[in-house]
Design a protein around this ligand. Structure first.
Ligand code: GUN
Length: 293
């Protein structure tokens, strides 16, 4: 029997603990966790994600501010806002939603966030800590941290002897995911758009993680029988079966055909997605505790 992981339920239990940590912070210091989320432009999917993050921050009892900037915002204007938030004692976490409009240099903006407030774990100081095996003193990128919670629940914390394949090499997901798996002693392969014979590489994976942004790319034949399959893709596709002009969300894994082959699989929606938000809240409350202790 295949287990389909209920990401909403796992995320809800983490959110319960975060509410408690935020309440403890308030009791000890009189302060709330402060999270600032910045969004530039009007991409509807980004607005939906940011809205969900801001709402969850409020639900956790945080001081939550959302800065919604027009798409014409200049590099200097955005840099000035980050600079102001860096110096604001009431703000412990800063998230700049990606992608930014093309005229903006996202990397420079991300690197200008104070590492202690970089709740996305994208600053080189945080990425470097993860790369060198320090998982304690920095902040770890939220989606891989969330995916890793699922992996640990299935396999425990020691992945010795297991082959893990991560499809995707982004700074936001693929690279930190591979490092987390490696740190847990898995034998890790990072595959990407230039990889040859992807299906046979995937077929060797005890843990297969897909983060490429290609709807239902991973097919049943790619999956090793009994594997754990983590789907990080969120793709909006046409859904003619729901009527004309209707759409639906699917992952990078063809769920219906892969589920019977896998032993554990995450659905889209309702798998990794809710965990990203939960881990953002976790990073924020960690940053607040560190700033106030
Ligand atoms: N865009 C899509 N996912 C993310 C994320 O986890 N963080 C940020 N900053 N932008 C994103």
């Amino acid at each position: 029997m295949t287990t389909i992981i209920d990401g909403k339920a796992v995320a809800a239990s983490i959110i319960g603990a975060i509410k408690g940590a935020n309440a403890a912070l308030r009791a000890q210091t009189g302060k709330k966790t402060g999270l600032a989320v910045i969004i530039v432009g009007d991409d509807p999917a980004s607005h939906a994600y940011v809205g969900a993050k801001s709402r969850m921050a409020k639900e956790c009892g945080f001081f939550s501010v959302q800065h919604t900037l027009p798409k014409e915002t200049t590099q200097d204007q955005l840099a000035a806002l980050v600079h102001k938030l860096n110096g604001d004692d009431g703000i412990h976490g800063i998230l700049v939603q990606l992608p930014l409009p093309q005229h903006l240099d996202a990397e420079t903006i991300i690197q200008s966030i104070r590492p202690e407030k970089d709740v996305d774990g994208l600053h080189v100081a945080n990425a470097g800590k993860l790369a060198t095996g320090d998982l304690k003193t920095g902040l770890i990128s939220c989606t891989p941290a969330g995916a890793m919670v699922f992996v640990s629940r299935v396999h425990g914390r020691d992945l010795s002897g297991l082959n893990a394949v991560v499809i995707g090499r982004s700074n936001l997901f693929g690279k930190p995911m591979a490092q987390l798996l490696l740190n847990a002693n898995a034998t890790v392969t990072i595959a990407h758009s230039r990889t040859k014979d992807l299906s046979s590489i995937c077929h060797n994976a005890d843990i297969l993680v897909a983060a490429v942004g290609r709807p239902e790319m991973v097919k049943a034949e790619w999956v090793k029988p009994g594997a754990t399959v983590i789907d990080v893709g969120i793709n909006r596709v046409a859904a003619p079966e729901k009527g004309e002009n209707n759409t639906k969300l699917v992952g990078d894994v063809a769920l219906a055909e892969c589920a019977p082959v896998a032993s554990v699989i995450t659905p889209v929606p309702g798998g990794v997605g809710p965990m990203t938000i939960a881990m953002l809240m976790a990073n924020s409350v960690i940053a607040a505790h560190r700033a106030t202790s």
